[in-house]
Design a binder for this molecule. Sequence first.
Ligand code: ATP
Ligand code: MG
Length: 392
Amino acid sequence: MIIIHKRNHNISRKKISKNALKILFRLNKSGYQAYLVGGSVRDLIIGNEPKDFDLATNATPFEIQKLFKNCRLIGRRFQIAHIIFKKEIIEVSTFRGNTKNKQIKKKIFKKKEKLGILLRDNVFGEIEEDAERRDLTINTLYLNIFDLSIRDYVGGIQDIKKKIIRLIGDPETRYREDPVRMLRVIRFSVQLNMRIERKTAIAIPKLAKLISHVPAARLYSELNKLLQTGCGYKAYKKLKKFSLLKRIFHFPFLHYNKRINLLINTLTIHVLKKNDKKIKRKKKINPAFLWSAILWYPYVFHIEKIQNDKKINYKDAAYISLKIILKKASYILSIPKQIIFAIKEIWNIINIIKFNKKKIFLKNKKNKKFHEIYKLYILKKNIEKKIIFSEI
Ligand code: ATP
Ligand code: MG
C-alpha cells in the first residue's frame, strides 16, 4: 500500500459534498475508520465533477444506523446504508471481506458458483480486503478526510496517471464473478478516454457470452449509462469490437438478414450520435428514442411478416407486433414501464405520419415532441433510401 500525501494531489474539501464530509467526520469522531472511495476520488483526481460520493467504513450497517437518524438500510445479502438528505443520498458501505475464506457453502448456490458467479459477496472485512474486491484499480482509492491523504492498495494512482483501465486480480475470474464488469471496463475507457490494459481487454471477447447471466434490470441500467450519457457512439463501437454487442442484443441482431441488420445498425448509430451531441450541449435527451430506434426494424419486419402470413391489415398487424417485439426485448432488458409507454407512442406517431404525412404535419407543427419524432421518421426514410439504393 502506498500513501499519497495532500501535497502530492489537488483534491480539496471544497470539491466534496458537504453531506459526505459530515458523515465522514461523524464516523471518524465515533471511533470508526471512514473514507471517501470509488468514482468520486477518481474523478476529483482527474479534475472531473463526481456524480456521487460513496463512502466506505469499518462500522457495520447497524452501527451506522445508530449514528444517523436519516439512515435507511438497503439490500438483503450485503446491507448498505443510505443516508438521505434533501437533495442527495450518500451511500455508505461497510468494508467487504474475502468470501472464500469466511463463508460456509450452501447447496443452492452451488450451481451458479460452478459458473464462477459471485453469490456470497456478503461478509464484512478489513480495508485491504475491501480494496481487493473492487473492480478497477482507478476506482480503488481511499481518501482520508482529516489529512486528505489517499490510500492506494492496487496502483490506482499510477494507472490514472498513465490512463490505464485495469481490473484488480485475474481478469477471467473477476469477469466470471460479475460479468457487468466487462461493461464497466468499456464504459470507463470511453468516458475517461483511457486505454484498456492487455489482460483486462483480451478476456472480454472470450467471456462475452457470460453477459446473458446478467439480470435484465441491471443490464438495462448499465447499458443506459454506457449508451446514453454522452459517449454512446464510442461505447457502441467498443461493444462491437469486444464481441459484446451481439451477445447483448442477440435479439434483434442475430435474427435477421444482413440488410436488416445494416438498417438497425445505421439507424442506431445515427440516434447515438445525435444524442451525444445533445448531451454535449447540455440538452436533455429522451432515453426512449434510442430503444425505439434499435427495435424499429424488428417491429416493421414483424408487421410485414404477419400481414403476409395472416392476411390482416396494417393496423392490426402493427398492434400485435408492437406487443410481441416489446415482450421479446423485455426478456433481455427490463425496460421500465414509462419507457415502454414512450416507445409505443413514438412508433404509433411514426405510423400515423407514414399514412397521413401532410395533414398530421400541419396539425402538429408547433408540438416539440412531434417534431422530434418527425425528425426520426425522416432520418429513417433517408437511411432506407441509401441502403436500398446501394444494393441496386
Ligand atoms: P460512477 O458513479 O461515476 O458511474 P463509480 O466508479 O463511482 O462510477 P459506482 O457504480 O458508483 O461506480 O460504484 C462505486 C464503487 O463501487 C466503484 O468505484 C467500485 O470501487 C465499486 N464497484 C462498483 N461496481 C462494482 C463491481 N461490479 N465489482 C466490484 N466493485 C464494484
Ligand atoms: Mg459512483
